[in-house]
Design a protein around this ligand. Structure first.
Ligand code: ADP
Ligand code: F6P
Length: 323
Protein backbone atom coordinates (compact mmCIF):
# COMPACT_ATOMS: atom_id res chain seq x y z
CA UNK A 1 0.00 0.00 0.00
CA UNK A 2 1.28 3.51 -0.89
CA UNK A 3 2.49 5.47 2.11
CA UNK A 4 0.37 8.46 3.08
CA UNK A 5 1.89 11.84 2.34
CA UNK A 6 1.50 14.43 5.07
CA UNK A 7 4.26 16.93 4.34
CA UNK A 8 5.33 18.01 0.86
CA UNK A 9 8.55 19.93 0.23
CA UNK A 10 9.14 22.06 -2.85
CA UNK A 11 12.46 23.25 -4.29
CA UNK A 12 13.86 24.90 -7.41
CA UNK A 13 17.18 23.70 -8.78
CA UNK A 14 19.59 24.46 -11.65
CA UNK A 15 19.12 27.58 -13.80
CA UNK A 16 16.11 29.67 -12.83
CA UNK A 17 13.27 30.21 -15.29
CA UNK A 18 10.31 32.60 -15.47
CA UNK A 19 7.23 30.76 -14.21
CA UNK A 20 9.00 28.89 -11.41
CA UNK A 21 7.14 31.07 -8.89
CA UNK A 22 3.82 30.21 -10.49
CA UNK A 23 4.73 26.53 -10.14
CA UNK A 24 5.74 26.95 -6.46
CA UNK A 25 2.49 28.80 -5.80
CA UNK A 26 0.43 26.03 -7.38
CA UNK A 27 2.26 23.33 -5.41
CA UNK A 28 1.69 25.19 -2.14
CA UNK A 29 -1.96 26.06 -2.71
CA UNK A 30 -2.94 22.67 -4.17
CA UNK A 31 -1.24 20.86 -1.28
CA UNK A 32 -2.96 23.10 1.28
CA UNK A 33 -6.30 22.51 -0.43
CA UNK A 34 -5.76 18.79 0.15
CA UNK A 35 -4.95 19.29 3.82
CA UNK A 36 -1.21 18.74 3.48
CA UNK A 37 1.59 20.63 5.23
CA UNK A 38 4.01 22.32 2.80
CA UNK A 39 7.61 23.39 3.33
CA UNK A 40 9.86 25.33 0.98
CA UNK A 41 13.44 24.15 0.62
CA UNK A 42 15.67 27.10 -0.22
CA UNK A 43 18.56 27.00 -2.73
CA UNK A 44 17.79 23.62 -4.27
CA UNK A 45 19.65 20.58 -3.02
CA UNK A 46 22.30 22.83 -1.39
CA UNK A 47 19.59 24.25 0.87
CA UNK A 48 18.30 20.76 1.66
CA UNK A 49 21.77 19.72 2.85
CA UNK A 50 22.02 22.95 4.88
CA UNK A 51 18.55 22.40 6.35
CA UNK A 52 17.23 25.67 4.89
CA UNK A 53 13.62 24.61 5.26
CA UNK A 54 10.75 27.06 5.76
CA UNK A 55 7.04 26.57 6.42
CA UNK A 56 4.83 27.69 3.53
CA UNK A 57 1.25 28.88 3.85
CA UNK A 58 -1.14 30.37 1.31
CA UNK A 59 0.14 33.87 2.06
CA UNK A 60 3.77 32.96 1.53
CA UNK A 61 3.08 32.69 -2.20
CA UNK A 62 0.84 35.76 -2.48
CA UNK A 63 1.77 38.18 -5.24
CA UNK A 64 4.29 35.82 -6.79
CA UNK A 65 2.53 34.52 -9.90
CA UNK A 66 3.73 37.43 -12.03
CA UNK A 67 7.28 37.55 -10.66
CA UNK A 68 10.32 36.23 -12.52
CA UNK A 69 13.11 34.29 -10.81
CA UNK A 70 12.35 31.96 -7.92
CA UNK A 71 11.33 33.06 -4.44
CA UNK A 72 12.99 29.90 -3.08
CA UNK A 73 16.29 30.77 -4.78
CA UNK A 74 18.17 28.13 -6.74
CA UNK A 75 21.63 26.62 -6.70
CA UNK A 76 23.85 23.95 -8.15
CA UNK A 77 25.15 21.50 -5.55
CA UNK A 78 27.97 19.07 -6.26
CA UNK A 79 27.70 17.40 -2.84
CA UNK A 80 24.25 16.13 -3.78
CA UNK A 81 25.68 14.28 -6.79
CA UNK A 82 27.51 11.95 -4.37
CA UNK A 83 25.78 8.96 -2.69
CA UNK A 84 26.79 10.40 0.72
CA UNK A 85 25.12 13.73 -0.13
CA UNK A 86 21.95 11.97 -1.29
CA UNK A 87 21.83 9.83 1.88
CA UNK A 88 22.28 12.95 4.00
CA UNK A 89 19.47 14.65 2.03
CA UNK A 90 17.09 11.75 2.62
CA UNK A 91 17.92 11.73 6.34
CA UNK A 92 17.25 15.49 6.59
CA UNK A 93 13.87 14.93 4.90
CA UNK A 94 13.03 12.32 7.54
CA UNK A 95 14.25 14.61 10.33
CA UNK A 96 11.91 17.40 9.14
CA UNK A 97 9.02 15.02 8.49
CA UNK A 98 9.15 15.62 4.72
CA UNK A 99 7.48 12.66 2.99
CA UNK A 100 7.67 13.99 -0.55
CA UNK A 101 9.42 16.63 -2.64
CA UNK A 102 8.41 18.45 -5.81
CA UNK A 103 11.57 19.31 -7.74
CA UNK A 104 11.30 22.14 -10.28
CA UNK A 105 14.29 22.13 -12.64
CA UNK A 106 15.94 20.36 -15.54
CA UNK A 107 17.33 16.90 -16.23
CA UNK A 108 20.14 17.29 -13.68
CA UNK A 109 17.63 18.17 -10.97
CA UNK A 110 15.50 15.16 -11.96
CA UNK A 111 18.51 12.89 -11.40
CA UNK A 112 18.60 14.20 -7.84
CA UNK A 113 14.86 13.49 -7.49
CA UNK A 114 15.42 9.97 -8.82
CA UNK A 115 18.06 9.34 -6.13
CA UNK A 116 15.81 10.66 -3.35
CA UNK A 117 12.94 8.46 -4.57
CA UNK A 118 15.22 5.43 -4.34
CA UNK A 119 15.92 6.42 -0.72
CA UNK A 120 12.24 6.45 0.20
CA UNK A 121 11.29 10.11 -0.34
CA UNK A 122 8.47 10.36 -2.88
CA UNK A 123 9.44 12.77 -5.66
CA UNK A 124 7.81 14.43 -8.64
CA UNK A 125 9.74 16.56 -11.16
CA UNK A 126 8.39 19.62 -12.96
CA UNK A 127 10.26 20.70 -16.11
CA UNK A 128 11.60 24.20 -15.46
CA UNK A 129 14.23 25.53 -17.85
CA UNK A 130 14.31 28.19 -20.54
CA UNK A 131 16.23 25.78 -22.79
CA UNK A 132 13.29 23.50 -23.81
CA UNK A 133 15.76 20.62 -23.66
CA UNK A 134 13.84 18.01 -21.64
CA UNK A 135 13.04 15.13 -23.96
CA UNK A 136 9.83 13.79 -22.41
CA UNK A 137 7.96 17.07 -22.70
CA UNK A 138 7.18 19.39 -25.58
CA UNK A 139 7.19 22.32 -23.16
CA UNK A 140 9.41 23.50 -20.34
CA UNK A 141 8.48 26.33 -17.99
CA UNK A 142 10.29 29.54 -18.88
CA UNK A 143 10.84 28.90 -22.58
CA UNK A 144 8.02 31.12 -23.81
CA UNK A 145 9.07 34.11 -21.73
CA UNK A 146 12.74 33.69 -22.61
CA UNK A 147 12.17 33.31 -26.32
CA UNK A 148 9.87 36.35 -26.38
CA UNK A 149 12.45 38.39 -24.48
CA UNK A 150 15.13 37.33 -26.95
CA UNK A 151 12.87 37.99 -29.95
CA UNK A 152 12.10 41.54 -28.83
CA UNK A 153 15.78 42.27 -28.22
CA UNK A 154 16.73 40.86 -31.63
CA UNK A 155 14.08 43.04 -33.34
CA UNK A 156 15.82 46.06 -31.83
CA UNK A 157 19.27 44.95 -32.96
CA UNK A 158 17.82 44.30 -36.42
CA UNK A 159 16.62 47.94 -36.68
CA UNK A 160 20.07 49.36 -36.09
CA UNK A 161 21.69 46.65 -38.18
CA UNK A 162 19.53 47.65 -41.17
CA UNK A 163 20.19 51.37 -40.65
CA UNK A 164 23.94 50.82 -40.65
CA UNK A 165 23.84 48.04 -43.26
CA UNK A 166 25.73 45.73 -40.96
CA UNK A 167 26.04 42.07 -40.27
CA UNK A 168 24.94 41.28 -36.70
CA UNK A 169 25.70 38.19 -34.70
CA UNK A 170 23.31 37.84 -31.78
CA UNK A 171 24.12 35.19 -29.20
CA UNK A 172 21.21 33.63 -27.33
CA UNK A 173 21.23 31.17 -24.42
CA UNK A 174 21.43 27.44 -24.90
CA UNK A 175 24.70 25.83 -23.92
CA UNK A 176 23.70 22.39 -25.10
CA UNK A 177 20.48 23.03 -26.99
CA UNK A 178 19.56 25.25 -29.93
CA UNK A 179 15.80 25.59 -29.39
CA UNK A 180 15.91 29.26 -28.36
CA UNK A 181 18.20 30.06 -31.32
CA UNK A 182 16.01 28.18 -33.79
CA UNK A 183 12.77 29.75 -32.57
CA UNK A 184 14.35 33.22 -32.71
CA UNK A 185 15.70 32.43 -36.15
CA UNK A 186 12.14 31.86 -37.37
CA UNK A 187 10.49 34.58 -35.26
CA UNK A 188 13.02 37.25 -36.23
CA UNK A 189 13.46 36.19 -39.84
CA UNK A 190 17.19 35.76 -39.37
CA UNK A 191 19.44 35.03 -42.30
CA UNK A 192 21.30 32.30 -40.39
CA UNK A 193 20.96 30.23 -37.24
CA UNK A 194 23.91 28.42 -35.68
CA UNK A 195 22.86 25.56 -33.42
CA UNK A 196 25.03 23.25 -31.29
CA UNK A 197 23.12 20.27 -32.74
CA UNK A 198 23.81 21.30 -36.34
CA UNK A 199 26.72 23.69 -36.85
CA UNK A 200 29.51 22.27 -39.03
CA UNK A 201 32.00 25.08 -38.21
CA UNK A 202 32.29 25.89 -41.93
CA UNK A 203 32.89 29.62 -41.45
CA UNK A 204 33.89 30.13 -45.09
CA UNK A 205 30.37 29.08 -46.15
CA UNK A 206 28.96 31.62 -43.71
CA UNK A 207 31.22 34.35 -45.06
CA UNK A 208 30.28 33.51 -48.67
CA UNK A 209 26.60 33.79 -47.74
CA UNK A 210 27.11 37.20 -46.10
CA UNK A 211 28.86 38.48 -49.25
CA UNK A 212 26.24 36.96 -51.56
CA UNK A 213 23.38 38.48 -49.53
CA UNK A 214 24.98 41.93 -49.74
CA UNK A 215 25.36 41.54 -53.53
CA UNK A 216 21.65 40.68 -53.67
CA UNK A 217 20.77 43.90 -51.86
CA UNK A 218 20.20 42.65 -48.28
CA UNK A 219 20.63 45.62 -45.97
CA UNK A 220 21.53 43.55 -42.98
CA UNK A 221 22.60 40.00 -42.21
CA UNK A 222 21.31 38.62 -38.91
CA UNK A 223 23.04 35.56 -37.50
CA UNK A 224 21.51 34.00 -34.38
CA UNK A 225 24.25 32.11 -32.61
CA UNK A 226 23.53 29.70 -29.75
CA UNK A 227 25.62 30.02 -26.58
CA UNK A 228 26.83 26.44 -27.10
CA UNK A 229 28.77 27.61 -30.16
CA UNK A 230 29.73 30.94 -28.61
CA UNK A 231 32.75 32.99 -29.74
CA UNK A 232 30.43 35.62 -31.23
CA UNK A 233 32.90 38.50 -30.82
CA UNK A 234 35.78 36.76 -32.57
CA UNK A 235 33.44 35.45 -35.27
CA UNK A 236 32.26 39.03 -35.91
CA UNK A 237 35.82 40.27 -36.22
CA UNK A 238 36.75 37.55 -38.69
CA UNK A 239 33.65 38.19 -40.83
CA UNK A 240 34.35 41.95 -40.88
CA UNK A 241 38.05 41.44 -41.69
CA UNK A 242 37.34 39.11 -44.61
CA UNK A 243 34.21 40.76 -46.08
CA UNK A 244 34.78 44.42 -45.27
CA UNK A 245 31.15 44.51 -44.06
CA UNK A 246 30.84 46.10 -40.62
CA UNK A 247 29.93 43.32 -38.20
CA UNK A 248 28.88 43.56 -34.55
CA UNK A 249 28.24 40.94 -31.90
CA UNK A 250 25.56 41.22 -29.21
CA UNK A 251 25.38 38.69 -26.40
CA UNK A 252 21.91 38.73 -24.84
CA UNK A 253 22.96 36.66 -21.80
CA UNK A 254 21.06 36.38 -18.56
CA UNK A 255 18.38 38.95 -19.43
CA UNK A 256 16.72 35.97 -21.14
CA UNK A 257 16.24 34.22 -17.80
CA UNK A 258 14.47 37.12 -16.10
CA UNK A 259 11.21 39.01 -16.35
CA UNK A 260 7.56 38.47 -15.66
CA UNK A 261 6.39 35.14 -17.09
CA UNK A 262 4.09 35.12 -20.11
CA UNK A 263 0.55 33.79 -19.88
CA UNK A 264 1.70 30.47 -21.34
CA UNK A 265 4.43 30.04 -18.74
CA UNK A 266 2.06 30.92 -15.89
CA UNK A 267 -0.64 28.54 -17.07
CA UNK A 268 1.69 25.61 -17.76
CA UNK A 269 3.52 26.18 -14.46
CA UNK A 270 0.26 26.38 -12.54
CA UNK A 271 -1.16 23.24 -14.14
CA UNK A 272 2.05 21.28 -13.70
CA UNK A 273 2.44 22.41 -10.09
CA UNK A 274 -1.07 21.33 -9.16
CA UNK A 275 -0.67 18.05 -11.03
CA UNK A 276 2.57 17.24 -9.18
CA UNK A 277 0.67 17.45 -5.89
CA UNK A 278 -2.22 15.35 -7.24
CA UNK A 279 0.26 12.65 -8.29
CA UNK A 280 1.86 12.62 -4.84
CA UNK A 281 -1.55 12.36 -3.22
CA UNK A 282 -2.28 9.35 -5.46
CA UNK A 283 0.83 7.73 -3.97
CA UNK A 284 3.01 8.19 -7.07
CA UNK A 285 6.74 8.81 -6.92
CA UNK A 286 9.74 9.07 -9.26
CA UNK A 287 7.55 10.70 -11.92
CA UNK A 288 7.94 13.83 -14.01
CA UNK A 289 5.04 15.97 -15.18
CA UNK A 290 5.12 16.72 -18.90
CA UNK A 291 3.09 18.16 -21.73
CA UNK A 292 2.98 15.75 -24.64
CA UNK A 293 0.56 15.03 -27.48
CA UNK A 294 -1.58 18.01 -26.49
CA UNK A 295 -2.15 16.90 -22.90
CA UNK A 296 -0.58 17.12 -19.45
CA UNK A 297 0.80 13.68 -18.64
CA UNK A 298 3.45 12.10 -16.40
CA UNK A 299 6.40 9.81 -17.05
CA UNK A 300 8.61 7.62 -14.93
CA UNK A 301 11.78 9.68 -14.28
CA UNK A 302 14.06 6.81 -15.37
CA UNK A 303 12.23 6.60 -18.70
CA UNK A 304 12.12 10.38 -19.08
CA UNK A 305 15.88 10.67 -18.55
CA UNK A 306 16.55 7.97 -21.15
CA UNK A 307 14.63 9.86 -23.87
CA UNK A 308 16.49 11.96 -26.47
CA UNK A 309 15.43 15.21 -28.09
CA UNK A 310 16.91 17.12 -31.00
CA UNK A 311 15.78 20.31 -32.69
CA UNK A 312 12.78 20.10 -35.01
CA UNK A 313 14.17 19.13 -38.44
CA UNK A 314 11.46 20.85 -40.47
CA UNK A 315 11.83 24.10 -38.52
CA UNK A 316 15.57 23.92 -39.11
CA UNK A 317 15.09 23.31 -42.86
CA UNK A 318 12.80 26.30 -43.28
CA UNK A 319 15.16 28.51 -41.29
CA UNK A 320 17.44 27.95 -44.32
CA UNK A 321 14.86 28.19 -47.10
CA UNK A 322 12.98 31.33 -46.02
CA UNK A 323 15.93 33.73 -46.16
P1 ADP B 1 19.31 21.31 -14.48
O1 ADP B 1 18.43 20.74 -13.43
O2 ADP B 1 18.81 22.62 -15.01
O3 ADP B 1 19.63 20.30 -15.56
P2 ADP B 1 21.97 20.96 -13.37
O4 ADP B 1 22.38 19.93 -14.36
O5 ADP B 1 22.94 22.04 -13.01
O6 ADP B 1 20.68 21.74 -13.79
O7 ADP B 1 21.53 20.17 -12.05
C1 ADP B 1 21.03 20.86 -10.93
C2 ADP B 1 21.45 20.14 -9.68
O8 ADP B 1 20.86 18.84 -9.65
C3 ADP B 1 22.94 19.89 -9.52
O9 ADP B 1 23.64 21.00 -9.04
C4 ADP B 1 22.93 18.76 -8.50
O10 ADP B 1 22.74 19.25 -7.21
C5 ADP B 1 21.70 17.96 -8.93
N1 ADP B 1 22.15 16.85 -9.78
C6 ADP B 1 22.60 16.89 -11.05
N2 ADP B 1 22.99 15.68 -11.47
C7 ADP B 1 22.78 14.82 -10.45
C8 ADP B 1 22.98 13.42 -10.24
N3 ADP B 1 23.50 12.65 -11.19
N4 ADP B 1 22.65 12.90 -9.04
C9 ADP B 1 22.13 13.67 -8.06
N5 ADP B 1 21.93 15.00 -8.19
C10 ADP B 1 22.24 15.58 -9.36
O1 F6P C 1 18.97 28.11 -17.84
C1 F6P C 1 19.61 27.40 -18.83
C2 F6P C 1 20.88 28.08 -19.22
O2 F6P C 1 20.53 29.36 -19.57
C3 F6P C 1 21.70 27.48 -20.33
O3 F6P C 1 21.30 27.85 -21.60
C4 F6P C 1 23.07 27.95 -20.01
O4 F6P C 1 24.01 27.06 -20.49
C5 F6P C 1 23.08 28.00 -18.52
O5 F6P C 1 21.74 28.15 -18.11
C6 F6P C 1 23.93 29.07 -17.97
O6 F6P C 1 23.68 29.23 -16.62
P1 F6P C 1 24.62 29.98 -15.60
O7 F6P C 1 25.20 31.15 -16.30
O8 F6P C 1 23.69 30.34 -14.50
O9 F6P C 1 25.64 29.00 -15.18
Amino acid sequence: MAKEINTIGVLTSGGDAPGMNAAIRAVVRQALSKGKRVVGIKRGYAGLLNEEIVEMDAKSVSDTISRGGTILQTARCMEFVTPEGQQKGAEICKKFGIDAIVVIGGDGSFKGAQKLAALGINTIGIPGTIDLDIACTDYTIGFDTAVNTAMEAIDKVRDTSTSHERCSIIEVMGRGAGHIALWCGLANGAEEVLLPEKYDYDEQRLIDQVVEARKNGKQHYIIINAEGIGHSQSMAKRIEDVTGIETRATILGHMQRGGSPTCKDRVYATTMGAMAVDLLCEGKSNRVVAHSGGAFVDFDIDEALAMKKGVDEYMYQISKSLV
